[in-house]
Design a protein around this ligand. Structure first.
Ligand SMILES: NC(=O)c1ccc[n+]([C@@H]2O[C@H](COP(=O)([O-])OP(=O)(O)OC[C@H]3O[C@@H](n4cnc5c(N)ncnc54)[C@H](OP(=O)(O)O)[C@@H]3O)[C@@H](O)[C@H]2O)c1
Length: 242
């Protein structure tokens, strides 16, 4: 679907909504990727809500994230925890950071809460065997397309697959030095997510095609995991000449 974020206009000439004013929710926000995105966004001044299947765990992690982010940008109350359901309802924009195994079941019960919102999926369909990491088939074509099928009234965007949780959480690194490939069918939504990515230090959000091209973006993460294992790195990507 096509949606207008809060405060935005449908006119192409009108400046987009100030992404910094949005409350960002993270489903599965107690894991490394959700925590990492949360701490960097909170450090940049964003209000963040961390979601979990267990609201008590979310509250604990939110306190940890707020404490870490506060060393960069002290701002009491900027990070709070709650159930995935409450976070989906309260946030303006929602990032999905649960494992692929729990992806469909998590979103299937949240469609009404997420209606009219931008939903950003960073889930990678990945498994490991004795030969390393490999990509799993997703019946809808990609995890992001699966989200779009489950959330027909949301603007689903794929992004943040190629950022290492380790680098996100390590605030001693002042710059992450990576690009975020952003895929989606709704231009207003992809531009909003590009702007959100740009709030992370050293990061650019780069449009990389429509939802039908999400599969390659998700799968590229597995190549980066293989790079990391061989070179003991936290590799990201940079797009040249943009
Ligand atoms: N780690 C990275 O560097 C990285 C990088 C790029 C993309 N990603 C993607 O980001 C997502 C999150 O990664 P992660 O490393 O943070 O994952 P994770 O630690 O395995 O999971 C994140 C959170 O999801 C919740 N969860 C676990 N199993 C679940 C299930 N079956 N159903 C619903 N929720 C469940 C847990 O929170 P509660 O128990 O509190 O509910 C957990 O803390 C993954 O899909 C991954 O592919 C990760």
């Amino acid at each position: 679907m096509s949606i207008a974020p809060p405060g935005s206009s449908t006119s192409a000439d009108t400046p987009a909504v100030d992404v910094g004013t949005l409350t960002v929710g993270v489903l599965g926000g107690t894991g490394p990727q959700g925590r990492g995105l949360a701490v960097r966004l909170a450090a940049a001044g964003q209000r963040v809500l961390l979601g979990s299947r267990d609201p008590d765990r979310a509250a604990e992690v939110a306190t940890e994230v707020a404490t870490s982010a506060g060393t960069v940008t002290p701002r009491p109350g900027s990070v709070q925890g709650g159930s995935n359901t409450d976070v989906a309802g309260a946030a303006d924009l929602v990032v999905v950071a649960v494992p692929f195994a729990g992806h469909a079941a998590t979103l299937a019960v949240l469609a009404s809460r997420l209606a009219g919102k931008v939903v950003v999926d960073c889930v990678v369909p990945m498994a490991f065997d004795e030969r390393g990491a490999y990509v799993l088939d997703v019946p809808e074509g990609s995890v992001t397309q699966q989200a779009a099928a489950l959330l027909p009234d949301s603007a689903v965007v794929g992004a943040f697959h190629h950022l290492s949780a380790t680098l996100l959480e390590d605030l001693s690194r002042s710059s992450i030095d990576a690009d975020v490939l952003v895929v989606g069918d709704d231009r207003t939504a992809t531009e909003l997510v590009q702007a959100l990515a740009g709030r992370l230090p050293g990061v650019r959000g780069i449009y990389a095609g429509r939802l039908r091209n999400a599969r390659q973006v998700e799968a590229l993460t597995i190549n980066l995991v293989s790079v990391n294992r061989r070179y003991k790195a936290h590799a990201g990507i940079r797009v040249t000449d943009v």
